[in-house]
Design a protein around this ligand. Structure first.
Ligand SMILES: NC(=O)c1ccc[n+]([C@@H]2O[C@H](COP(=O)([O-])OP(=O)(O)OC[C@H]3O[C@@H](n4cnc5c(N)ncnc54)[C@H](O)[C@@H]3O)[C@@H](O)[C@H]2O)c1
Ligand SMILES: [Zn+2]
Length: 351
């Protein structure tokens, strides 16, 4: 069964979600396309798995569909890949009326999305997320970016897709670490917005069977937050729960040896533990979070000294002036922003 989830951003679009829907990409793309050309951008892992299937569906719908696959991995989310994409677009005679199809995880979505946002001042693109993280998080919200040597996601744009096509069946080929990584963001969504989702995750005893429904629920949570705050001025900040310290952990480890989802898991645990100590979150909340993180194979223990992590967080790019915004919980499903002078951060964590 296919579910259509509308997103009312400045430029509205639909998220099509359903098992096996990848085979319908041709007709779905045709319903929003202005021409019959669509460049597929993917990576060297996803291309061999799903490239031919996607291409066949597009060609059956009458599209000319050249495919470009860049080397899989975060290291490819850079300016060199962006330039290679621009060249491929130009060599494929892509025009502003044509389509870009981002087939892959968050790396492909972010890089292909930013290429689409900037090539000829903006080409329509369709997100076809193939990791759990991309399905529940990065494909929704319109943020696109590449990394610079100086830091992650430093060059980017808000560019809403024309459509998102989300097929949970592609997750069958995803490894356990990447499933756990996506579960980190799913637990985050439950913590900030949904006690029922939290309860469902606690009760769940067959994750693969439950995932399609869980993905739909998470897409709606992210959609709701993004609709209220397309350009991250307020409510969207709540999506950063666990991320201030999570990013700091990733940075300290040079983005090596810990997945984003695992780092966010540690971040959610730490911020909630210390929010409890500061009397800002009811005692017992961190135990509730830990239960879920452990169940879904995510870490809670900080892999390096807390002092180092807090210091790195103080230098976080998202700090506003002399203040830092911490996302805390009043309880499961109820998040709020607590603003702190940046100098007070070590005291908050008792370091
Ligand atoms: N734009 C946003 O709002 C947003 C939000 C969160 C994260 N992100 C970005 O997303 C990126 C991380 O995304 P990710 O975790 O999806 O990483 P990723 O795109 O690198 O995918 C992880 C790995 O899984 C492989 N893969 C993808 N789909 C597969 C499938 N179906 N079967 C087998 N293998 C598959 C990929 O080739 C890669 O090796 C980061 O760069 C992060 O900054 C963006
Ligand atoms: Zn995240």
């Amino acid at each position: 069964m296919t579910e259509i989830i509308p997103v009312q951003t400045g430029r509205p679009y639909d998220i099509h979600l359903g098992r096996g829907i990848l085979n319908d990409i041709g007709s779905l793309a045709a319903s929003v396309a202005r021409t019959k050309k669509a460049v597929i951008v993917t990576d060297t892992n996803v291309g061999p798995l799903y490239g031919a299937q996607v291409r066949a569906s597009l060609e059956a719908a009458g599209f000319e569909a050249p495919l470009y696959a860049f080397e899989a991995g975060e290291a490819s989310k850079n300016m060199q890949t962006l330039l290679a994409l621009y060249s491929f677009f130009a060599q494929s005679d892509l025009t502003r009326a044509d389509l870009v199809i981002a087939l892959g995880g968050g790396v492909v979505g972010d890089a292909a999305g930013f290429a689409a946002a900037t090539y000829m001042r903006g080409v329509d693109f369709i997100q076809v997320p193939t990791t759990l993280l991309a399905q529940v998080d990065s494909s929704v919200g319109g943020k696109t970016a590449v990394d610079l040597p100086e830091g992650k996601n430093l060059a980017g744009a808000f560019w809403q897709p024309r459509m998102v096509i989300c097929d949970p069946d592609v997750l069958h080929t995803l490894d356990a670490e990447n499933i756990a990584c996506g579960m980190g963001e799913i637990v985050k969504h439950a913590c900030i917005r949904s006690q029922p989702l939290y309860d469902q995750l606690v009760a769940c005893d067959d994750l693969p069977a439950a995932l399609p429904a869980i993905i739909a629920e998470n897409v709606k949570i992210k959609r709701d937050v993004v609709e209220h705050d397309e350009r991250e001025k307020g409510e969207r900040m709540l999506l950063n729960f666990g991320h201030t310290l999570g990013h700091a952990v990733e940075k300290c480890l040079h983005y090596n040896g810990i997945s984003h989802g695992a780092a966010v898991a540690v971040g959610m645990h730490l911020i909630t533990r210390y929010a409890e100590k500061n009397g800002l979150t009811p005692v017992g909340t961190v135990t509730q979070i830990d239960t879920l993180l452990t169940k879904y194979h995510l870490p809670i223990d900080c892999p390096l000294p807390l002092t180092n992590v807090v210091h790195a967080a103080q230098n976080d790019k998202k700090r506003a002036g002399g203040n830092i915004n911490l996302v805390l919980l009043r309880g499961i499903g109820d998040a709020f922003v607590h603003t702190l002078p940046i100098a007070d951060l070590p005291a908050f964590f008792g370091v």
